[in-house]
Write a protein that binds this ligand. Structure first.
Ligand SMILES: [Cu+2]
Length: 154
């Protein structure tokens, strides 16, 4: 391809040459761009190593924090969820998984430790693929769910 461009380059005007090059440069980016948009729900939205993460859910603020930090796989981790607003009738739970991968079930059961504060202990396993991006889906039976996606340390 580059050899042909070089040979024929002189015969093209600057404009058509530019369009030609632009076309070939942009084509490889069209596929991944569409792909990235489709998977935007799987993108990282939380830097759990630096602090807690918060999302809105039906007018409530849901905050997730994980200790100890740095957050490492194969380690006992304390998951703390806080919810603003009206108290819930039952405690939420967390399902741990990986975006785009089928991992085994891994649920963290949470108990209310204060008003709107829920805690539980769980372990994030080391994925054999080497990927470090995990997703914590927090489900509230009354409200629905939020998903935090973050990197852990192996
Ligand atoms: Cu995995």
């Amino acid at each position: 391809m580059w050899k042909i461009l070089k040979i024929n380059g002189n015969r093209h005007s600057n404009l058509s040459y530019g369009l030609f090059v632009l076309l070939f440069i942009s084509v490889p980016f069209l596929g991944p761009k569409v792909d990235a948009e489709m998977k935007s729900r799987d993108l990282k939205n939380c830097n759990i190593q630096e602090g807690s993460c918060t999302m809105d859910l039906l007018g409530h603020k849901v905050t997730l924090d994980i200790h100890p930090k740095p957050v490492k796989a194969m380690n006992d981790l304390t998951f703390r969820v806080t919810l603003t607003g009206e108290p819930l009738s039952s405690s939420p739970h967390i399902d741990l998984g990986m975006p785009g991968m089928k991992m085994g079930p891994n649920r963290v059961v949470l108990k209310e430790v204060g008003k709107g504060i829920y805690e539980g202990v769980g372990v994030i396993v080391r994925c054999s693929s080497g990927r470090r991006t995990w997703r914590a889906t927090i489900t509230f039976s009354d409200l629905g769910e939020v998903k935090f996606i973050f990197d852990v340390i192996y």
